[in-house]
Design a binder for this molecule. Sequence first.
Ligand code: BGC
Length: 757
Amino acid sequence: MPELRRRTLLSAIGVTATAGAVVTSQSSTASALSGGRGASYEGKVRDLLSRMTLEEKLGQLQQLPWSWDLNPGSGSTKEVEDAARAGRLGSVLSIFGAKTTNALQRLAVEESRLGIPLLFGLDVIHGFWTNFPIPLAQAASFDPEVTRTDAAVSAKEARSNGVHWTFSPMMDVTHEPRWGRIAEGSGEDPYLTARFAAAKVKGYQGSGYGAKETLAACAKHFVAYGGAEGGRDYNTVDVSESRLRNLYLPPFKAALDAGVATVMASFNTISGVPAHGNAHTLTDVLKKEWDFDGFVVSDWTGVQELIAHGFAEDGADAARLALNAGVDMEMTSTNLLTNGKQLLRSGTITQRRIDDAVTRVLRLKYALGLFDDPYVDESAAITEPSPDARRAARAAGSRSMVLLKNDGDVLPLKKSVNSLALVGPFADSADLLGTWVVPASAERFPAVKVLDAVREAAPDAKVTYARGVDPEGKDTGGIAEAVAVAKAADVTVVVVGEPAAMSGEASARSDISLPGDQEKLIAAVAGTGKPFVVVLVGGRPLTIGDWLDSAPAVLLAWHPGTEAGHALADVLFGEVNPGGKLPVSFPRTVGQIPIHYNHESTGRPFDANNKFTSKYLDLPPTPQFPFGFGLSYTTFELGTPTASRGSVRARALRSGDTVEVSVPVRNTGSRKGDEVVQLYVHDVAASITQPVRRLRGFERVTLDAGASTTVSFRLGADDLGFWTNDPSGRFLLEEGTFELFVGTASTAGARLTLKVT
Ligand code: BGC
């Protein structure tokens, strides 16, 4: 949950340098959603621009923070109101509420000289009133429809409360489970992340903003933020052009292709150049190569932080560098607003670039219909999660859970069980919403607790509870009581894990095991000799200690959102058969990090019989649980995969030809369930070493007991080629042998060979 942050104002000192590039003309690839350069209001944008003073233009490029839900007129918001009246403000963030936004909007529309409406932004990350599971959990569903639904529900709720724009989806691929922000993204894989990014953009933006049930989306954080060294937030990233393009950029391209309205710059450096001052990524790639005609917003004080990075001399220099690199709107800090005039006078920024940035901002305001109707209907504001929204969040919650272990079919529990004990710090806790929740939603609509939901689901069972340890694992005084209730019950559910505050922004951990002494609770329950299940909640992969051997069943629930308890009870009692898969590898220990399935091969790949191969002496080479892994209450069998042909011409692939890969899948167990069929490719020899496997297809299927189906994927040039180190962007499809792996995890064994000639 974001803390209330105060904005910092900078004074101006001018510094000279070269002016930045403006991206002009070219035919627009922007979606019909944002309107883009070909939109009907383009003439109006030009006309308005011609009537604006420099101060008003700089004002449009400024975003200031509100204070989540303080009402107008209170001291801390006076500055924002004054700026709105003066026409010196383009956007406000951390604001919502039909009344609040209307009142502020009125100042801009009715009292400023040109009456340009404000754009209201908010971090609606996985819910507004109705919180869905955290994004990482959603990725575990391997079902982009889950995230599209979250976005559509969130958009409807937020827009009715005056919000126009969400700072989501976050699409930072990462190989760093220590990084707290792993919770906000889709894990370690660019393809999975891209599919989720596109689906979420579509969910927010719908088929147009006109219906007022949509939000403009923001692809963030551009780019490579997930590469933070050591997983420490905001840390340095040094990355080759090929890795940038193969690993970090694909989700952003997918979001752009889905029509995303805006992009947010990231806090990190990219090979020495901070993302906020990076003309290569912001202008050369995003605006020129990809022809993006939306706008780039800085992250919170990201422009000002160019000084701390050691990249800008002072505020004026920071403004110059950011604008010239391609940042269009400054969030929170006010360097451009304060120094723009002087920078222009000195020739270090250009009028054209300012006009370009303002044009981009105005385009979105027109596309959103704000010039026609800047207000929101106060009587139509959604004030609580609807039953439908709750149902959707509950389904998303259970669909995102991953069954990691289930020896002896301890799960699902029987509703007819006589007695059931719930123990652990999260069994009777509402701290299940996860990071990035609108504070008022947590206050008004706390998560359904597991204890309450279990009692509801098994009304005839005797359900007992003892906390055992606290969420931080510091106070173990309750373990004896937990052991007593476990002994007296037929079966025990131990709900342990991370509180929400341990993941998200600025929440890196160096030790990613269960916090404190939580493990002692598991050991004590195991000591009773009675059957038990461990439920893990949290926002990142955890290192699972020796307790794994003692636990018959482990279910990963993540932070499941508003309907947490219900979603979990659905899975525990088998109303829903778990079908989620890990979107990220679970390391055995922190010392193994980075460990991810899509690594490159060394010249000495692991060989157990050869010491001089790549490994740790004290660990197996594999993670605890691999990417793509997850069990079910039923079993599935995959048949032999086939390809529509064994060889294909590179030229044919380049002109759109594809190869079809199919595999039969059968539910061999005795209950209905879901399986995620996955396709991985490996380019055996390439001019740039390729990952040992790359996910290029997945499909989640539901099959009745005994039923079967055939899943097919199409592989084209995009799936088999790669980006080179050429900074101007070169995608190569090389001839040679490709291995294709089909299975139900990244360890898939079934292999096919494809020759590209
Ligand atoms: C985060 C962004 C967020 C912004 C606005 C920053 O600290 O990095 O992800 O959108 O704050 O709240």
